[in-house]
Design a protein around this ligand. Structure first.
Ligand SMILES: N[C@H](CCC[C@H](N)C(=O)O)C(=O)O
Length: 287
């Protein structure tokens, strides 16, 4: 079939966005993978699918596929591209929309100055619900947070890294490092992503503290590898840092592809993600 799509990015985290309201989409994981393939397809970190929602009061449904073809629960940078897409395509006259995702309802809004803020909902902090298997581990309390010693096999050596585990609807394991640019993200990221204690795999965050309201962050994403920015990863990292007593809301998050801002008022409260969304080009592909 000939498929119309829009190529977009949020702080360098790039997407193929598809209007599945006006196009009939029924793809196999292999077809999603092809769309995300940077040589055999269009190429993107994730594919975002816009559908009508059946949930009363919800404007749209938002489906997210990593470029490994797997469908996932949430995408923060994608939610900003989503609201820009539906406004630019005339699919809504609203500027603040409610969107049904696999992880629950989120509410992106397009501000008059073009910036976009998303109510990402409250973080899930119970390790079992991330999900993370803590059995047999001695968690290290720090502030309101618990640091979990994750055992990794690195070059025949067993090394332990201390991670916070947080869900934004999708799972995150966040560690603090002295220097993100020197952090072994390509080596350690996959070991954490596929660690046996994460039954649904996990996004691995590496956070450097600049000051109490400014961090640098790299994320090795589940199902996509290292991306230039990860919105839910930024949310999870800031939540973990605030709970550890290391950060104060709001926090500036410097990702490799751009700048995000995260605000969180504490347990049970929503996390607000603010950042850019850019439309790069429109296209068609035979898929
Ligand atoms: N790789 C993530 C999905 C995309 C999240 C990221 N691109 C964001 O902006 O939140 C996962 O498997 O949970």
């Amino acid at each position: 079939m000939k498929l119309k799509f829009t190529k977009m990015h949020g702080a360098g985290n790039d997407f193929v966005v598809i209007d599945a309201i006006n196009q009939k989409i029924d793809f196999t994981p292999a077809q999603w993978q092809k769309l995300g393939d940077r040589r055999f397809g269009v190429g993107a970190d994730q594919i975002l699918v816009v559908e009508k929602s059946d949930v009363p009061g919800c404007d749209f449904r938002y489906r997210i596929f990593n470029n490994d073809g797997g469908e996932v629960e949430q995408c923060g940078n994608g939610s900003r591209a989503f609201v820009k897409f539906v406004v630019e395509k005339g699919l809504t006259s609203a500027r603040k929309i409610t969107v049904e995702t696999m992880a629950g309802i989120i509410a992106p809004s397009l501000e008059a100055d073009g910036s976009i803020t998303v109510d990402m909902g409250a973080p899930v902090l119970d390790p079992a619900q991330v999900p993370f298997v803590a059995e047999g581990l001695q968690g290290q309390p720090e502030g309101r947070e618990t640091l979990w010693p994750l055992m990794l096999e690195l070059g025949g050596q067993r090394e332990s890294v201390q991670v916070s585990v947080v869900s934004m609807g999708n799972p995150h394991a966040v560690q603090v490092v002295a220097d993100v640019d020197a952090a072994p993200v390509e080596l350690v990221g996959p070991l954490i992503e596929h660690h046996v204690r994460f039954p649904k795999r996990v996004n691995a965050g590496f956070m450097q503290l600049v000051n109490r309201q400014h961090v640098k962050l790299r994320v090795f994403e589940r199902g996509a590898g290292e991306t230039l920015a990860c919105g839910t990863g930024a949310c999870a990292a800031v939540v973990a840092g605030i709970r550890r007593g290391l950060l104060d809301s709001p926090v500036r998050v410097d990702a490799r592809g751009g700048q995000l801002s995260i605000a969180w008022a504490g347990e049970g409260q929503p996390v607000y993600l603010t950042g850019p969304a850019v439309t790069v080009f429109e296209g068609e592909i035979n898929i």
